[in-house]
Design a protein around this ligand. Sequence first.
Ligand SMILES: O=C(O)C1=C[C@@H](OP(=O)(O)O)[C@@H](O)[C@H](O)C1
Ligand SMILES: C=C(OP(=O)(O)O)C(=O)O
Length: 440
Amino acid sequence: MKIPHFPPYIDLNPVTRTQGAIQLPGSKSISNRTLLLAALAEGNTEISELLASDDTLVMLNALQTLGVQWQQKGISQDYLVHGVDGKFPIKQADLFMGNAGTAIRPLVAALSVLGGNYTLHGVQRMHERPIGDLVDALRRVGSDIAYTGLPGFPPLHIQSGQIRPQGWKVAGNVSSQFLTALLMAAPLIICDHDIVIEVVGELISKPYIEITLNLMQRFGVHVERDGWQRFTIARGQYYQSPGSIHVEGDASSASYFLAAGAICGGPVRVTGVGRNSIQGDVRFVEALEKMGASITMGDNFIEARSNGALKAIDADFNAIPDAAMTIAIAALYADGTSVLRNIASWRVKETDRIDAMATELTKLGAQVETGIDYLAITPPAQLKPASIETYDDHRMAMCFSLATLNGALRAGTKVRILDPKCVAKTFPEYFSVFAAIKQY
Ligand SMILES: O=C(O)C1=C[C@@H](OP(=O)(O)O)[C@@H](O)[C@H](O)C1
Ligand SMILES: C=C(OP(=O)(O)O)C(=O)O
């Protein structure tokens, strides 16, 4: 995988119009789930258009360390994964998880169920991102997991335990990835019982659970869902390769381009994702429509264009926490105060995104109010040029590249994006792809 060379900062000039079409990179959420399910399945799986990024590299490397064989086809993003039929060949390993939530959470659950002697660790921020609810859930059913750093956070050490099929329950109010992890691990238990997973309290980021259930189904495991509170995996099911599987374009990555079309003329079209997507983040376009943009959707594309100034929005963004960050930037172009509600999970992602967003929007001249789970943004009449810190958060870098549009920034000034290499987490080519839709 080729990761581009990044300078220490990128200066972006004011853009008068956005227009064009771009091909999206593969979905991170689908790529990492598919890799893990393909690895655990019986049979070989051809995966086409896998995302090339830091997060998928973390998963590919971990699977290799665990003894899973996979091959990349030439320099394409097509891979062949040789399934290990529910048992990783390597029983003792040290695994580097970077800052990939979609890698560490499902792997911790799968390795706990399968047993062995494993250490999982990541970058500093990964060691600050909570995992306690998942560890509690796994310990409750017999897993032997120890924190080797701070209780509640990676790094972790997993040893063989005797996992019981009864009593599976997990809190879902900090991250939906804990439930995803249990769901994906449950069919790995060899036993003569159905497994019922109860969600304790509220579940956030629900559409990501739909991605999990959809992909498990494609690998032969059906989950019976009772609302968002109870999930049943009937006995006797195991992962089987579907033969081949195609990764849709990333709907969260699409949000930057669609917002650019909605703010600054357009039309901007993204291909690779469309009306039949299994990703909840395609519903980002509903927020753009509420703000006054026009959206067209086909089976494999989405297009956005503007209809003049955007309207301010006040909405609950719990279902689309990642794409919601793009709305915080679109709010700079709105006709009043926008409020993003129910986004407390932002505080435990790549950085504290509520504080980071508030600090950087303020540099541009916006008036920002924050609470434990909300952000209110009032745009200035004219954006101020600024150097934007990105906090090693890919979405901060990608979002703030949009603060250059539609004459909101005076000609001759610029927005500087510091440390742009963080985009490699999910979209290494972001800045060159973004350049293709800009007119000066
Ligand atoms: O399951 C997934 O693929 C994801 C779930 C979401 O996390 P939370 O459930 O922690 O909100 C999202 O923010 C993350 O980027 C990807
Ligand atoms: C929260 C994110 O990542 P992760 O999968 O590491 O949770 C994200 O991509 O915005």
